[in-house]
Design a protein around this ligand. Structure first.
Ligand SMILES: Cc1cc2nc3c(=O)[nH]c(=O)nc-3n(C[C@H](O)[C@H](O)[C@H](O)COP(=O)(O)O)c2cc1C
Ligand code: SF4
Ligand code: SF4
Length: 256
């Protein structure tokens, strides 16, 4: 089957999910069109999907679930029976019900998820598996793509079982760590533009609206001057404890 389009649709504040989505989609034999939902509060969900499209979805695990506002955006899509690959990336703790939730949401919206995976990525907080997703993880994405193509070739559109339980656990919220801004700030405004929630003041780039901020740390990862930081003693203590606790590397899970 020749795909009409290959799309990579992701929510990815610190880039792990994007990397997995784009790497997987690149193996499907057509130019990849990216649909970036990271600026989640201003995302337009009026997208036309076609039965012959292939969509690679990817998003991070937040508290064992999908981030709620991302899940709400998925609820507005109409898949028109497009086939899809589904990936959650998680920070070496656990992905709990997130992949099952993603799969079920997409089925409800008339997508057909044929291959699914939970891939380990650097955790947003602390120093946990900082090089991941690495080559081995991306190789798993390639296997995912290959198995997906096998299914398409054979016309066997079976939807795999994945880990997770319904009713889902509570989760899907942001955190409560709010970055500060050091004197290295060059006032370039990139963090303001890139913040998924529009939480950074356009007038004063060091002011964050804590009602809006979800602690995704995108502002820290995009700042080229290392000026957005987590400097509090409380955060450092938490990060050290958390990093020690999650030191042992976890495996990726693939469901095909
Ligand atoms: C608010 C929040 C909650 C998180 N919850 C979990 C979790 O429950 N389990 C886990 O292993 N990692 C968790 N993480 C880590 C992310 O899932 C992980 O770093 C992910 O790969 C980030 O994806 P991205 O780079 O595409 O944004 C959490 C991160 C944040 C910011
Ligand atoms: S991206 Fe960094 S340097 Fe630019 S405004 Fe934000 S904190 Fe300042
Ligand atoms: S201000 Fe908060 S929501 Fe915005 S990018 Fe930074 S951590 Fe994420």
């Amino acid at each position: 089957m020749k795909f009409n389009k290959v799309l990579a649709l992701y929510f990815s504040p610190t880039g792990n999910s994007r990397k997995c989505a784009v790497s997987t989609a690149a193996k499907l034999g057509r130019k990849v069109e990216e649909i970036d939902f990271t600026k989640i509060s201003s995302v337009n969900t009026e997208i036309e999907f076609n039965v012959n499209d292939c969509v690679v979805f990817a998003a991070p695990v937040y508290g064992g679930r999908l981030y709620k506002e991302f899940a709400d955006k998925i609820r507005k899509l109409n898949g028109n029976l497009a086939k899809c690959i589904v990936i959650v990336t998680y920070g070496n703790r656990d992905y709990e019900d997130a992949l099952l939730e993603f799969k079920n949401l997409l089925i409800e919206r008339h997508f057909i998820p044929l291959s699914l995976a939970a891939i380990v990525g650097k955790h947003t907080y602390g120093d946990i598996q900082v090089e991941r997703p690495d080559k081995n993880d991306i190789d798993k994405c390639y296997i995912l793509a290959k198995e997906f193509l096998n299914k398409i070739e054979s016309g066997k559109f079976s939807i795999p079982n994945v880990k997770g339980e319904f009713p889902y656990k509570d989760g899907g919220n942001g955190g409560s760590f709010y970055p500060s801004t050091s004197s290295k700030c060059k006032k370039c405004g990139l963090c303001v533009i890139q913040c998924p929630k529009g939480a950074i003041s356009e007038k004063d780039f060091s002011t964050i609206d804590t009602q809006k901020c979800i602690s995704c740390f995108r502002c820290i990862s995009v700042c080229q001057y290392d000026a957005k930081i987590m400097a509090t003693k409380e955060y450092r203590e938490f990060a050290d404890m958390f990093s020690a606790k999650l030191k042992e590397p976890k495996e990726d899970d693939i469901f095909v």
